[in-house]
Design a protein around this ligand. Structure first.
Ligand code: IVH
Length: 703
């Protein structure tokens, strides 16, 4: 896509733009910013090899946004800023595919492939056929149309003939270019196909978020990807971290004036392989690096098995490999059925799905009092582990999946994902199945269960309910929270049963003499436990906040909260409105934090923990606050000679300084480089602003 020389040129341009755009005229700045932003999006999202930090990217993006706001007449549809749709999707229009989106024939073993190869040889009359092998991405299929190099339409597969127009949502996927230089290949209109996927990492993050919100986790990244494509709010789609692989050119029209001179690239589309190459050169993520071109089916068989062995090492899910006849002329010769092309076949990996019987449902009470039904299954082996119980989340979920005790159920385990029930198989019922009855009272403390209107879960609201107390302690000592090694779930349960531990502060009051007489506790293990407990008192504040198990406060929110305070008790002073000012803290989180810090039992517990010697101060913030620039605001203008602007900003921030976006009375320091413009003029009029040079700034930082 980019030659070395172009890369070098854009790198230089990037540095220049990061330093300053002030002396540039708007049109030139906009053009340059778009050019570098497209390049960096490509490096990040397609090549996974970024050349700038996220912070620098944001700075360039904001610059472009600012120029475009000031010069709206210069905004074009394919500007990187135009991905973010402003309006909500109002339903999705049905659209016709230019060429029907067919499915693939499946194969499951070497014999199936050998049979298929025999047919290919018969039809083509060749002794050995050349094949292209590539991953079968497990996501949602899409079709994209580009006209005169611009993305004009994106659609779901639908029934293969008609799909839904999801252009606005597709524009949120940064690895899909809004414009692509097909004209350089003499192409005026093109329809390409691919798969939208969610990486394993984004999926895990998304599921964590869902569960933190009190919703049920999704079974696999495929469902997450296809669900995301049909979301109403394009901004939500942008948040999901979707990616796309494009693997098929289904249709294209050459430009009318198709003479040799209208093409600047002479790659001919004669093979599947060359089409992947073209897509790659046009800036798409095609399986260019993943694909293999081989001769004969024996090679294919060897490679599909190799891929199956390494599937778990990939950052995304694949459910098999696709084998395609490489030569387009031969593809045409082989043709297609109404269902699939004859020139391609999917080789499906061993299923990570299995059927089993749902024998019973037990109800577990979690640390927030949520009562979760857990299905007990006849043990089955899938995806490398034996599964015998699966959470079925809540009443709605049970209804949606139509689950009954005695049912046969299809279960799935995708990669590292917790197993999920995909569906029940009602066609296998014999009439002995019974409904799953939800309890009205807590199975542990017997108090009445409650459900909020907006929620799907029933809760035990007795915060002294034993189940909740135990779960809260388990969470408190766990790895991501206070990380008290060698404590663990089993010990919490044992100590609680023996009445050696009754609440969170009790962790720091354990009677080691009493534990010493228990079976399985030697001197060494007691010493280790004691040391780990002692060490945990120094855990940073964000871990303690997370460990408290405040509803909706996950690790990220805990960090946000910790960064906003100097001492844990500062949270007691914050109103819901103030909490909502923090990044990613919404109404629900703010309410929950506020309630937690206005509950006397919680405050008593915190006082106890403080007395027991836990770290309540934000150590990191203290050093920042002690930094010479604490509380001071900075703005940079003009071209700095020694520092990149982002470096200068980080230096200020590291000393506790804050970067602001404009000149106002709140600004303390304006750092002025060469060619400073209107900001300097404006600052001169406000006499509380200190106007300093880059060298003076460096002095200030050193002090
Ligand atoms: S080619 C006309 N290549 O698998 C040929 N499909 O089970 C079109 N898929 O509907 C398909 N990875 O959504 C092709 N590398 C790949 C693929 C792939 C995933 C999906 C595609 C198709 C489904 C069939």
């Amino acid at each position: 896509m980019y030659t070395e020389a172009q890369t070098l040129e854009i790198k230089k341009l990037t540095e220049q733009l990061l330093r300053s755009t002030e002396s540039m005229n708007a049109a030139a700045a906009i053009e340059s910013l778009r050019k570098v932003l497209r390049f960096h999006e490509y490096r990040y999202y397609v090549m996974s090899d970024p050349l700038v930090s996220d912070h620098e990217y944001d700075q360039l993006y904001k610059s472009l946004e600012r120029f475009e706001q000031e010069n709206p007449q210069l905004i074009t549809k394919d500007s990187p800023t135009q991905r973010v749709g402003s309006s909500l999707n109002d339903g999705f229009e049905t659209v016709q595919h230019l060429v029907p989106m067919l499915s693939l024939e499946n194969s499951y073993n070497a014999d199936d492939l050998i049979d298929w190869d025999r047919k290919a040889k018969e039809i083509t009359g060749l002794e050995t056929v050349e094949y292209c092998i590539e991953p079968k991405f497990d996501g949602a299929s899409i079709s994209l149309i580009y006209e005169n190099d611009a993305l004009v339409r994106a659609a779901t597969r639908g029934d293969g003939v008609e799909g839904e127009d999801i252009t606005n949502n597709i524009k949120q996927i940064r690895s899909i270019p809004l414009s692509a230089p097909f004209s350089e290949y003499g192409i005026q209109q093109i329809e390409i196909r691919g798969e939208v996927i969610m990486s394993k990492k984004s999926f895990a993050k998304y599921n964590d978020w869902l569960t933190e919100q009190g919703s049920s986790a999704l079974a696999n990244p495929r469902n997450a990807a296809s669900g995301s494509l049909r979301m109403k709010d394009p901004k939500e789609v942008a948040r999901r971290g979707l990616e796309a692989f494009l693997y098929h050119v289904s249709y294209y029209v050459n430009r009318e004036s198709q003479d040799a001179s209208s093409r600047t690239r002479d790659l001919r589309l004669t093979t599947h392989d060359s089409s992947l190459q073209m897509l790659w050169e046009c800036g798409f993520r095609s399986p260019q690096k993943e694909k293999l071109v081989v001769k004969g089916i024996e090679e294919v068989i060897k490679h599909v098995h190799d891929f199956e062995e390494m599937r778990d090492t990939l950052p995304y899910e694949i459910d098999g490999m696709v084998v395609k006849v490489n030569d387009f002329a031969l593809q045409d010769k082989m043709g297609m059925t109404t269902h699939h092309p004859r020139w391609a076949i999917a080789f499906k990996f061993k299923a990570r799905q299995a059927t089993t019987k749902l024998r019973a449902v037990e109800f577990q009470v979690g640390r927030t009092g949520a009562v979760t039904p857990v299905a007990k299954l006849d043990p089955v082996f899938i995806g490398g582990v034996t599964v015998s119980s699966i959470s079925v989340h809540n009443e709605e979920y049970i209804k949606e999946k139509d689950l009954k005790i005695g049912d046969s159920v299809l279960i799935e385990r995708a990669g590292d994902v917790i197993p999920q029930i995909v569906k029940s198989l009602p066609e296998l019922r014999d009439g002995t199945e019974t409904d799953i009855l939800f309890p009205t009272h807590c199975p542990v403390c017997n108090s009445k269960l409650f459900k909020e209107e907006t929620e799907a879960v029933w809760r035990c609201i007795n915060i002294e309910c034993e189940a909740q107390v135990v779960e809260r302690i388990i969470h408190f000592v766990s790895k991501d929270a206070m990380d008290i090694k060698s404590f663990g779930e089993a010990n919490v349960r044992k100590f609680y049963e023996l009445k050696l531990l009754k609440d969170i502060p009790g962790v720091y009051r354990l009677q080691f003499d009493s534990i010493g007489i228990l079976e399985g506790f030697g001197k060494k293990s007691i010493d280790n436990l004691q040391a780990a407990i002692e060490a945990s008192k120094q855990q940073p504040l964000h871990r303690l906040i997370y460990a408290l198990g405040i509803r909706f406060v996950g690790e990220t929110t805990a960090k946000t909260l910790a960064n906003a305070i100097e001492n844990l008790f500062d949270l007691q002073e914050k109103t819901e409105e103030a909490l909502q000012q923090l990044e990613d803290v919404g109404v629900k989180v703010a309410q929950s934090v506020f309630q937690f810090f206005h509950n006397q039992q919680n405050i008593d517990m915190l006082n106890e923990l403080k007395e027991l010697g836990l770290q309540f101060k934000n150590e990191k913030r203290e050093t920042i606050a002690a930094g010479g620039l604490a509380g001071q605001t900075f703005l940079f203008t003009g071209t700095l000679a020694k520092l990149k602007r982002s470096e200068a900003e980080t230096m200020a921030e590291e000393q506790g300084g804050k970067i602001v976006s404009g000149v106002s009375a709140k600004l303390n320091y304006l750092v002025v480089g060469d060619d400073a413009g209107s900001k300097l003029e404006k600052a001169k009029k406000i006499n509380t602003i200190k106007i300093i040079t880059e060298d003076e700034f460096l002095q200030l930082v050193k002090q």
